[in-house]
Design a protein around this ligand. Structure first.
Ligand code: NAP
Length: 295
């Protein structure tokens, strides 16, 4: 196992689901000796202090990162560039700056230009989450048994990557290193497209005229309810994911629409055999997910 060394001061920029979960697990496993938190609203900062997963809070990213040897950006993707610009002058020499954003190429585009010489930027993405947000949504076990993907750009300091990997392992995750572009393509099909489909089907059901909204709620257990859970995910976070992973999502969406059209034809032509063959194949995929303990 790693010989993990706790960080002296961890700065969490953003105190929502992911920021608070990191705070809790850092407390439980002593991943950092001190935790400083930054959020724009006073209500969030007060709540985080009251719950106790941070030691100090500030609305100012620069004040928050002062003296920190680990800085983790846990804000919606669209905010990263402004935060990185605001904190750059205050970053400590040799600090590790990382993030948890669900898209990686865009984070590198937005944050890397603001990272001073001698500070190590190692982008990351814990593939773990729920449909809840805010400082009260977090819990220490969120990352347990989940993957954390790090996407260090070429030339990133290897010791920084090792130290951050050890941090995530101590938080319960399994770490994988990947190129940012590949990450964005993989997540487009495994996470972004499923969310888009859920948002779409729930929107369609809400707009139907022949079936009443009451009936949609009443019979939701027929499958619809699982989509409503996904479609309840944070609107700002998901807006930013689609705005920042356009190419990969559009590529996967193209494939999806093609396959859906083929499926439409299968039903129209009464091709029972083809339908059953597909459903048998997809049932196997579910087994694979269960066996990989990601169910
Ligand atoms: P969240 O619960 O909505 O929390 C977002 C935090 O960011 C809040 O503390 C919010 O502060 C702060 N924030 C928002 N806009 C800001 C601004 N303009 N300036 C400063 N702070 C701002 O979000 P989350 O679910 O933790 O997601 C955070 C990141 O994690 C996203 O980039 C997302 O892609 C990634 N991620 C999410 C999941 C998931 O399932 N949720 C999974 C993996 C990765 P206030 O409360 O003061 O507004």
């Amino acid at each position: 196992m790693d010989d993990f060394r706790p960080f002296e001061r961890m700065a969490l920029i953003g105190l929502g689901l992911i920021g608070s979960s990191l705070g809790w697990v850092a407390r439980r496993e002593t991943l950092a000796k001190e935790i400083v938190g930054c959020a724009r609203t006073e209500a969030t900062r007060e709540k985080a202090l009251e719950l106790g997963f941070i030691d100090r809070a500030s609305p100012d990213p620069a004040a928050c990162v002062e003296g920190a040897d680990l800085v983790i950006l846990c804000v919606p993707l669209g905010v990263n560039a402004a935060i990185a610009a605001a904190m750059k002058g205050a970053l400590a020499a040799a600090a590790i700056v990382t993030d948890v954003g669900s898209v990686k190429k865009a984070v590198i585009r937005d944050v890397a230009p603001h990272i001073p010489e001698g500070v190590h930027f190692v982008p990351g993405h814990p593939v773990a989450g729920t449909e809840h947000s805010g400082p009260e949504a977090g819990f220490a076990e969120l990352f347990e048994g989940r993957w954390c993907i790090l996407t260090p750009p070429p030339g990133t300091d290897e010791d920084a990557v090792k130290r951050l990997s050890a941090f995530w392992r101590a938080a319960g995750s399994t770490v994988e290193i990947m190129e940012a572009e590949h990450h964005d393509l993989v997540l487009a099909i495994t996470s972004h497209l499923p969310h888009l489909i859920a948002y779409n089907i729930v929107g369609t059901a809400a707009d139907l005229e022949e079936v009443t909204r009451q009936e949609v709620f009443k019979y939701a257990a027929g499958g619809f309810r699982d989509f409503t859970r996904i479609a309840a995910s944070d609107p700002v976070m998901w807006r930013d994911i689609f705005m920042n992973n356009r190419e990969a999502v559009l590529e996967m969406l193209g494939r999806f629409i093609e396959d859906l059209t083929a499926l439409q034809r299968t039903i129209r032509w009464d091709d029972a055999e083809a339908l059953e063959a597909l459903f048998r194949r997809t049932r196997e995929i579910r087994r694979g997910v269960v066996e990989a303990r990601q169910a």
